[in-house]
Design a protein around this ligand. Structure first.
Ligand code: SF4
Ligand code: SF4
Ligand code: ZN
Length: 280
């Protein structure tokens, strides 16, 4: 993995810039947030993986054609975690108008209807309460390119309107690869997108971010001791549908701020207890 700052060299997390993109330090901006929260750790992971990709790009002669305005992959079907989605809402609340936010929620409702028409099995797995295992199975079998782009994309310019807060997969797709060295991975024939061949060709022009993924999983699932409880993830448009229908309507306001205000271990313990109580 390319150089990232050693833990001892890093500033305390409260000294880092706030996750909302205000340009202010966390301790002066979102003051109720814990510097040890899931959201702050995810935000920090974003910066580290960006740094690794940037470092590679600064010296590699061959690079993928990803660039501003290239947005074909923003129509792919891919899930993101809840904390990443909430980081998007916090960013939108600070940088978008109420009208723009409302429009994104409305677009998401339309997107769900398009998915229902064009990909019924995937639509059903999304809306019929599959667990994480069921979700991954549906992804393997039915996910591909949607007939609509991410509702956070500016369709006119092809620019991401939440670029600074975009999820982990949006930072790494195309611009990096994940390779643990198994024979199965060596034979990968797939393409990354219509402009990039996959497998070995892609590994030659991008950095390997395999070391980041276990940390991503650790932060986006619930961990208590050695136990890991995988949490369901959804595509961005469906998170918007869920929060629009069951949260604060077509606004970016958060009902619960636990992903931001609680230290990670406390939040994990609370979620695990909640799940156990529901299972009884
Ligand atoms: S992954 Fe492909 S579609 Fe996406 S930005 Fe890169 S080149 Fe463009
Ligand atoms: S968040 Fe941004 S980069 Fe990610 S899919 Fe949406 S528009 Fe594309
Ligand atoms: Zn802030």
């Amino acid at each position: 993995m390319p150089d990232t700052p050693a833990a001892a060299d890093r500033k305390p997390l409260s000294e880092e810039l706030c996750f909302c993109g205000s340009g202010r330090k966390l301790k002066h901006c979102h003051k109720s947030a814990s510097a040890d929260s899931r959201a702050v750790h995810v935000h920090n992971l974003y910066r580290e993986v960006d740094g690794a990709i940037e470092e590679y790009r600064s010296h590699s002669p061959k690079q993928p054609p990803c660039r501003e305005g290239c947005s074909a992959c923003c129509s792919d079907y891919f899930p993101v975690s809840q904390v990443e989605f909430e980081l998007l809402l916090v960013y939108m609340e600070r940088h978008w108008s109420q009208g723009e936010i409302r429009e994104a929620f409305e677009r998401a409702e339309e997107d769900l209807e398009i998915l229902r028409r064009e990909n019924p099995p995937l639509h059903d797995s999304l809306t019929h309460g599959a667990d994480r295992g069921g979700e991954l199975d549906a992804l393997r079998r039915h996910a591909g390119r949607n007939g609509f782009p991410c509702p956070l994309l500016d369709p006119g310019t092809g620019r991401c309107r939440v670029y600074a807060a975009r999820p982990f997969i949006c930072r790494t797709h195309g611009s990096s690869h994940t390779f643990y060295g198994t024979w199965r991975e060596r034979l990968q024939p797939e393409r990354i997108c219509e402009y990039i061949d996959g497998g070995r060709a892609h590994r030659k022009i991008t950095p390997n971010v395999a070391d980041f993924w276990p940390r991503y999983d650790e932060l986006t699932d619930v961990r208590v001791g050695a136990k890991r409880r995988p949490l369901r993830q959804y595509p961005i448009f469906y998170w918007l549908v869920l929060y629009g229908r069951h949260g604060s309507g077509h606004t970016a306001r958060l009902g619960s701020r636990d992903n931001f205000d609680l230290p990670l271990a406390e939040h994990n313990a609370r979620m695990a207890a909640h799940e156990s109580a529901r299972a009884k």
